[in-house]
Design a protein around this ligand. Structure first.
Ligand code: NAP
Length: 422
């Protein structure tokens, strides 16, 4: 029997699914001891700090993660950053394989004038802010304006626009950060634009997300019917299934009876952002459109146009991803998830993707190194183990029960460590 040790860096969906795949690849000949290393004091990655809080069903995948973590060959080392103090090369020396599962956390930039004005920010800052990510607690979102613009036509843009446009009391029974619920309740924003640079047939939304918009009880959702009709004509007789499904969903919205709520979400198509204008702060977005230049006045702009991976020292990156071939990076190093393939796909996409990379990892295995593990590299670091994380988890869920929420997330790093008993 051969006993291998594997380090997974990053406790998000791709990392957990890699651990699950390795568990499934154990047999009479080999076993895997898995150490999952996470920079934050809490695991679950995007399931905790990315998924929209009004989509609690998507978060139930965390139960799968906890089942994977319950395996006796699995250990969590949270609150440990890999980079300068503990290097990836040190992990490579100790472990039989090292898997990078650190996702893509940096928002892509438009690269247009005015993008750095106060009031212009990336979804990569706004989303973790409302999801109580400790690094984003102090993000300043100016809500003292009546109009916000969201740039991008993917599901992140949709999440952001929905969070801005819904009636904030709808967030009371969710795990949205308390500070964000308070800010949304004080917000003056009533009009939210979501802008796509191409036509409705090219949007990156998925149809379930479009189909839930008419269910917003306190928000008018407006799509110009002519835009969809023109897109249907352009798409021809046999559009791709996803395109047809999206166009059907958008036509339903365009056809819906008008509502007269205080809050409105409007879709703009064929609007390419040219400049964000303003003096001290954002005052509007200038678009080029088929009908010429159009300016939408607003005080808040959130770009949701994709992500790129944050680098780890000792790893080569290109186009926002780790340089890799089918997940192989270099000698005993692998990559999974968004850090491997870029920011595409839903959470479940990572299951098959991680499993395919783990097959290659097993193919490459030699004799076990028996060279120790991360414990030998820890000097002053404070580790949140699986048991300690469970204490945080239980405390957050208990705090949520009192308030009718799934959990109340602690926003401060030191509060999290206190809940962990540290
Ligand atoms: P995405 O799906 O790739 O969408 C990015 C959008 O940004 C596209 O509409 C793209 O338009 C636009 N864009 C890119 N560069 C632009 C520019 N310079 N100017 C204007 N627009 C620009 O990315 P995402 O929304 O970040 O989502 C990432 C992944 O997470 C996706 O697979 C998504 O489905 C998934 N996700 C799923 C859920 C869910 O299931 N509920 C929720 C959130 C995210 P072009 O097509 O014209 O380039």
């Amino acid at each position: 029997m051969l006993h291998y040790t594997v380090a997974i860096i990053g406790a998000g969906p791709a990392g957990y699914f890699a651990a699950q795949a390795l568990h499934n690849l154990q047999n009479e000949e080999r076993t895997f001891a898995i150490d999952m290393i996470e920079r934050l004091p809490t695991p679950w990655g995007l399931v905790r700090s990315g998924v929209a809080p009004d989509h609690p069903k998507i978060k139930t995948v965390s139960k799968v993660f906890e089942k994977i973590a319950a395996d006796r060959n699995f250990r969590l080392f949270a609150n440990i950053e890999i980079g300068s103090e503990i290097t990836i090369a040190q992990l490579q020396e100790k472990y039989d394989a090292v898997i990078i599962a650190t996702g893509s956390s940096l928002g892509k930039k438009l690269g247009i004038l005015g993008e750095d004005l106060y009031g212009s920010m990336s979804a990569a800052d706004f989303v973790p802010w409302y999801n109580a990510h400790p690094d984003f607690a102090d993000v300043d979102v100016p809500f003292d304006c009546d109009t916000a613009v969201v740039i991008g036509a993917g599901n992140v843009a949709m999440d952001v626009a929905r969070m801005l446009a819904l009636e904030p009391t709808e967030l009371d029974p969710t795990d949205t950060a308390d500070h964000a619920i308070a800010a949304f309740k004080n917000s003056a924003v009533r009009d939210v634009y979501i802008s796509a640079r191409r036509g409705p047939e090219h949007v990156a939304f998925t149809s379930p997300e479009l189909r839930e918009l008419p269910k917003l009880e306190h928000t008018n959702v407006l799509i110009h019917k002519g835009d969809i009709e023109a897109a249907i004509i352009r798409s021809g007789d046999s559009p791709e299934k996803e395109v047809k499904s999206n166009l059907d969903a958008m036509l339903l919205i365009a056809d819906a009876e008008k509502t007269h709520h205080a809050r409105t979400m409007r879709f703009l198509f064929a609007h390419t952002p040219k400049e964000i204008i303003g003096g001290d702060r954002v005052e509007g977005v200038v678009y080029s459109t088929p009908n010429g230049e159009i300016t939408i006045k607003c005080g808040l702009v959130i770009t949701a146009i994709g992500y790129q991976a944050q680098g780890i020292d000792g790893v080569q990156y290109e186009n926002g991803k780790v340089v890799n071939t089918d997940g192989r990076v270099k000698e005993n190093m692998y990559v999974v998830g968004w850090a491997k393939r870029g920011p595409t796909g839903v959470i479940g996409t990572n299951k098959s993707d991680s499993a395919a990379v783990m097959e290659l990892l097993v193919e490459d295995l030699k004799s076990p190194k028996n060279a120790g593990d991360i414990s030998g590299l820890l000097t002053h670091q404070v580790v949140v183990s699986q048991e300690r994380w469970q204490k945080i988890n239980e405390a957050e869920v208990a705090a949520g029960q009192v308030k009718g929420k799934p959990r109340v997330k602690s926003i401060k790093h030191r509060e999290l460590l206190k809940l962990a008993g540290l």
